[in-house]
Ligand binder design. Sequence first.
Ligand code: ITT
Length: 186
Amino acid sequence: VKIGLVTSNENKFIELKEIARKFNIELELLKGEKVEIQSNNLEEISKTSAYLAYLTFKQPLIVDDSGLFIEALNNFPGPYTSYVKNTIGLKGILKLLEGVKNRSAYFVTVLTFIDGKTIRTFEGRIKGVISEEMRGNFGFGFDPIFIPEGESRTFAEMTLEEKNKYSHRSKAFAKFADFLNSYLEN
Ligand code: ITT
């Protein structure tokens, strides 16, 4: 089967395409700016984006909405992760955490699937810690400062395949693939 992915972030597509391949799902990049409402709830944002994208593309598609939640910052930036990336950036986050002992954080991806008959969301989460400094050149976004649980390397120090083994995105996609299998049978 072929499913569209609406995103402006090519790195997401590269990751998801590889994850999808393992489930025999072909992902097609539908390049475009998603409409993102402002809300404190990632699921609500993801669902609305999917719905609005469907009105444009009118084909079975998914959108991926992700965020980084930092415990010591009361889960900031969460739904505002993209805005924070474009404003204070990774350096700004490291600065906010200077001298802070609790560096626990988690990444969440909420995938929404829509096809005109149904709309479903799938969540994936990975716990970890924020590193003391930026490390690594792979990946994108906040990867250079996020160390997943049980690892000593940041996501940006891992190959695509290694990151995919742990990532929030893979976990969300695995749930979606599971759903899609039984959905297509009926
Ligand atoms: P689209 O909305 O067009 O899909 P985006 O990059 O704006 O692309 P999000 O709003 O979901 O996507 O992303 C929020 C921010 O989180 C953004 O700055 C990303 O760089 C970052 N991000 C998302 N997934 C990430 C990951 O796996 N590793 C590191 N940073 C990530």
